[in-house]
Design a protein around this ligand. Structure first.
Ligand SMILES: NC(=O)c1ccc[n+]([C@@H]2O[C@H](COP(=O)([O-])OP(=O)(O)OC[C@H]3O[C@@H](n4cnc5c(N)ncnc54)[C@H](O)[C@@H]3O)[C@@H](O)[C@H]2O)c1
Length: 248
């Protein structure tokens, strides 16, 4: 399937996990990829894997919370590759399971700066070119917890919920320019970082009886980035194995 043929895609947080998985699947589907991460060595490895698939890959490094550094890095890559057709805001901090009393101001500020600020900075960098071409797709990475909440991660849940609001606002703001903006809100996805004992416990809350696979999330991102989803904007799609179904 070559649904992303010749598109140029920017993916943040592409040094490992879901971001790397997105980069590889999108390259397989014909895209050239700008892979961004705060970890330069990791994103260079991702770029080498993309290149092996026969697509152009441009690694760039910055902290997405740093507007200036991130926007400079994106501008450099855009000048090199010519344009950016798709932005996938994926960089994020996870694993901070803590109660409200442990979330001191600096920790809250950092969570919001990376997830919400990072997405704003990247959107600001790519939208002028998308507007000029009257074409573009943006995919924001929220979380099922941005919709349902989770008892020991309220700063993460708040950041992920904020992204849902921004997604809908940007979808309306950019629709006149044929720029689509959607969000994914994954449930538990096995990127190899969760403690085995907990996985069994958390799996009990998933009707399909397993964690998701990164490729299953990447396939959704690739669809939302492709012309196949040309009439979809301002939507939230939650691949979660049924975890958010409300039943009796
Ligand atoms: N894995 C899941 O179960 C799950 C579920 C729902 C949502 N998500 C979201 O999906 C995204 C990816 O998750 P993952 O599981 O692959 O995480 P991960 O921790 O495996 O990878 C995150 C990547 O983002 C990079 N990163 C972190 N902070 C950054 C910053 N400030 N600037 C630039 N790069 C930064 C890291 O270096 C890393 O390479 C995150 O936004 C996460 O919140 C994941």
């Amino acid at each position: 399937m070559r649904s992303l043929e010749n598109l140029i895609v920017l993916i943040t947080g592409a040094g490992k996990g879901l971001g790397r998985s997105h980069a590889l699947l999108m390259a397989e589907r014909g895209a050239d990829v700008i892979v961004q991460d705060e970890n330069l060595a990791a994103v260079e490895d991702t770029a080498a894997l993309v290149a092996k698939l026969g697509r152009r890959a441009e690694p760039i490094s910055s902290d997405v919370a740093d507007a200036q550094a991130t926007q400079n890095a994106i501008a450099g890559a855009e000048a090199k590759l010519g344009r950016i057709d798709v932005l996938v805001n994926n960089a994020g901090i996870s694993g901070q399971h803590m109660e409200i009393s442990d979330i001191e101001p600096a920790r809250l500020a950092r969570m919001l700066a990376v997830h919400v600020g990072g997405a704003f900075h990247c959107v600001q960098a790519v939208v002028p070119g998308m507007k000029r071409r009257r074409s573009g797709a943006i995919v924001n990475t929220s979380s099922a917890w941005g919709m349902t909440g989770w008892p020991v991660s309220s700063h993460y849940c708040a950041a992920k919920a904020a992204l849902l609001g921004a997604t809908k606002a940007w979808a309306k703001e950019f629709a006149p320019y044929n720029i689509r903006v959607n969000a994914i809100a994954p449930g538990w996805i096995d990127t190899g970082k969760f403690p085995a004992g907990k996985v069994e416990q958390w799996t009990r809350g998933i009707p399909l009886g397993r964690f998701g696979r990164p490729i299953e999330i990447s396939a959704l991102v690739a669809f939302l980035a492709s012309p196949e989803s040309a009439f979809i904007t301002g939507q939230v799609v939650s691949p979660n194995g049924g975890e958010t179904i409300v039943g009796i």
